[in-house]
Design a protein around this ligand. Sequence first.
Ligand SMILES: Nc1ncnc2c1ncn2[C@@H]1O[C@H](COP(=O)(O)OP(=O)(O)OP(=O)(O)O)[C@@H](O)[C@H]1O
Ligand SMILES: [Mg+2]
Length: 293
Amino acid sequence: MSFALQAIGLSKTFGSGAGGVKALDDFSLDIPRGGVFGVLGPNGAGKSTLFRLALGLIKPTGGEVRLLEQPAGDPRALRRIGSMIETPRFHPYLTARETLVMLSTQSGAASPDIAGWLARVGIADAADRKTKGFSVGMKQRLGLAAALITRPEVVILDEPTSGMDPSGILEIRALIRELADRDGVTVILASHQLDEVQRVCNRVAFLAKGKLTAVEDLSQTEEKLRILATPQAAVLDILGKRGTADGEAVLAAIARPEAPDLIRALATRGVDVVEARWVGGDLERAYLFHTRS
Ligand SMILES: Nc1ncnc2c1ncn2[C@@H]1O[C@H](COP(=O)(O)OP(=O)(O)OP(=O)(O)O)[C@@H](O)[C@H]1O
Ligand SMILES: [Mg+2]
């Protein structure tokens, strides 16, 4: 098996003495190549620190981290990596297009399709505006294009959709899946949006207080349609084995294309459907369980 990222007994302490913060504490994790890997955990758990260490932006206090089986910061690995750590910053007086031209020239990428990437991240309209006027979401979008334009084998994205509008979130979600499924890129993603993680990630690691608490395969935990309707008994009756009560609601283990038929059937039976929404299986519960203090 070949690995995108490996942390081996990795520690990072910021500051020293009583005021020191252990951001990562003897942390070990293997992320194999392929698919989308989520890194989850509360604020301050150590996610961004892990990414910074892997990219060689900061030095560990102890242990080791490897990217594409090379030591952190090794230029041979970094050339094959794209990354966006928190909200990216750009030269304020360059336009979005100029920014990408400059970054791709620096990295020696072969004739990148800059217009194509601007469109793919949804900022084609702002291509010739200076980035100093960009909103947070626009900077995130440009940051993604900057991370991807060199056609990396592994992309590290730290909260790529924070600050994005809902349609941006959907577009980026689709882009990430496409990168993994069509282009064979390994995506490593930190996010607080559990519904996004549920839809986009194949596997996730949970971090709490600088430690790895669990790794889960998400292909096992399927999403369900949570239906709030009266009478509940009628919903359970129609669903049979595929329905389970969840408080006043019912969780339906059905596939997305079956939802319209189910809701029609409920209406036909005189059931009042107040709400029906997809919920991310057990991820919320798993998150709370694995990151509790
Ligand atoms: N440069 C720094 N100097 C001092 N402390 C730092 C520094 N960078 C991170 N820390 C501390 O290390 C811990 C881990 O921070 P980190 O940014 O890795 O968390 P995170 O999991 O990315 O959180 P978030 O979800 O809020 O982004 C926190 O306690 C943070 O305050
Ligand atoms: Mg962070």
